[in-house]
Design a protein around this ligand. Structure first.
Ligand SMILES: NC(=O)c1ccc[n+]([C@@H]2O[C@H](COP(=O)([O-])OP(=O)(O)OC[C@H]3O[C@@H](n4cnc5c(N)ncnc54)[C@H](O)[C@@H]3O)[C@@H](O)[C@H]2O)c1
Ligand SMILES: N[C@H](CO)Cc1c[nH]c[nH+]1
Ligand SMILES: [Zn+2]
Length: 427
């Protein structure tokens, strides 16, 4: 099932993996550009037209009413509602530790005040995918850090089903996490509406949340104009394992991400050939029992691989180069091995921390950098919903003491107007 790549021969596979998300973008950009222009010009009418075309439903009103939310919450099974609440509390507890305060200080006791002011972004839009599956967990992962940061208006958009409805559990998660307004709009048209505003949908200052290739392309295209979090591509899971690892658990975990998307990447990195054989046997057995069998098979056979290394160090090096979204360390000594990882979105340690613990419940955010971007970016967090402003105060004495340095610097840059704004105060 997983193709086997021998030690030292992983280059070709890595190149394919790194190219995975660049394939279809040019054509998609053309489509998305048209959608964005139309929404910018025709507002709600364009949004409704695309909703009819892509989601198969004609809507008179695109905003979810308070009554719809109440009725949805009442219909959700009480155990599920309790689970969503527990998950909400775990996510809140984790993210509240990311909050930062504004700071000011006086350097070396001089009559100078410097500071960094922290303010929430006033209006944020969160995209919750709804095409192939519904994701109430993604509602929590976006809305909780936004609300903790102090965002006043959190506007959520998500595509409606063919009856023009949003899944009850999505509305329940939105209500529990304090989302302010919800619109039944998905795809590039939803992103354009949040970026430019329409008669019904408020323009926001930043858009977060994952989505398919149309959503990703639209986020990239509006990103000159409005903040975006990241372009979260198809899911990835990489498991580092050795001969002590449990092949059945590993197979189940690789499948957990393969079932998201045909383009998902599930990779086993190990120095044990017998483990590779046994994981492949288990993959087949487990896939046969699951609902999304076709997606899983396509994903495992396209971007799945078992990389056979010559030992733990090579496994670590390859992992750092791939910089996977999710990394499971299923070796005999995960608490030592994780310290050698430089690049990964989230690390899961040991036999009893399968990736879905993080997707749904533990608390850390499940929106993570994909496609090697963990080399330079981080999980979604409270930081995505705040911005900082610098604060500077110099007294007359402080400016007099430093004026010659500033004037010298400005004159060296040929900017005599800058130098003059200092000089003029001491004439
Ligand atoms: N990284 C994360 O945290 C995370 C979480 C949940 C989901 N995901 C990923 O998000 C993605 C969700 O994708 P999805 O498709 O299920 O839902 P989606 O909501 O992103 O996309 C559905 C929308 O795509 C648009 N669309 C579909 N076909 C189109 C076409 N031919 N032309 C123009 N627009 C079109 C429609 O407007 C539709 O409403 C998956 O890849 C999933 O793995 C990621
Ligand atoms: N694994 C996904 C992020 O890569 C998030 C998710 C939501 N629901 C299930 N999984
Ligand atoms: Zn998942």
């Amino acid at each position: 099932m997983l193709r086997v790549i021998e030690s030292g021969q992983s280059r070709e596979f890595l190149n394919e993996l790194f190219d995975r998300t660049t394939t279809d973008y040019k054509e998609i950009y053309k489509v998305v550009e048209g959608i964005i222009e139309n929404v910018k010009k025709n507002g709600d009418d364009a949004v409704k037209e695309y909703t009819e075309r892509f989601d198969g439903v004609k809507l008179d009103s695109i905003e979810v009413t308070g009554r719809e939310i109440e009725e949805a919450v009442a219909r959700v099974d009480s155990d599920l509602l309790e689970t969503i609440r527990k998950s909400y509390n775990n996510i809140k507890d984790y993210h509240k530790r990311q909050l930062r305060e504004s700071t000011t200080y006086k350097p070396n006791g001089k009559n100078i005040i410097l500071g960094q002011l922290v303010n929430p972004i006033e209006k944020a839009g969160i995209y919750v995918p709804g095409g192939k599956a519904a994701y109430p967990s993604t509602v929590l992962m976006n809305a909780v850090p936004a609300k903790l940061a102090g965002v006043e208006e959190v506007i959520m958009i998500t595509p409606p089903n063919k009856e023009g409805k949003i899944q009850d559990s999505i509305l329940a998660a939105a209500s529990i996490s304090g989302v302010d307004r919800i619109f039944k709009v998905g795809g590039a048209q939803g992103i354009a509406a949040l970026a430019y505003g329409t008669e019904s949908i408020p323009k926001v200052f930043k858009i977060t949340g994952p989505g398919n290739i149309y959503v990703a392309a639209a986020k990239k295209m509006v990103s000159d104009f409005v903040g975006i979090d990241m372009i979260a591509g198809p899911s990835e899971i990489l498991v580092i394992a050795d001969k002590s690892s449990n092949p059945r658990y590993i197979a189940a975990d690789l499948i957990s991400q393969a079932e998201h998307d045909e383009m998902a990447a599930s990779i086993l990195v190990t120095d044990s050939p017998s483990l590779i054989r046994n994981v492949n046997i288990e993959l087949k057995k487990i896939t046969d029992t699951l609902e999304r069998k076709d997606i899983i098979l396509k994903s495992l056979t396209t971007y799945g691989a078992a990389i056979h290394t010559n030992g733990l160090q090579e496994s670590i090096d390859i992992t750092n180069e791939i910089a996977p979204e999710h990394l499971e360390i299923a070796t005999v000594n995960p608490f030592e091995d994780y310290k050698k990882i430089k690049n990964a979105g989230a690390i899961f340690l040991g036999n009893y921390t399968p990736e879905p613990v993080g997707d749904y419940f533990a608390g850390p955010n499940h929106t993570l950098p994909t496609s090697s971007t963990a080399k330079f970016s981080s999980p979604l967090s409270v930081d995505d919903f705040i911005k900082k402003t610098s604060l500077i105060y110099y007294s007359r004495d402080a400016l007099e003491a430093t004026k010659d340095d500033i004037i010298r610097f400005a004159e060296n840059e040929g900017l005599t107007g800058h130098a003059n704004s200092i000089k003029i105060r001491f004439e």
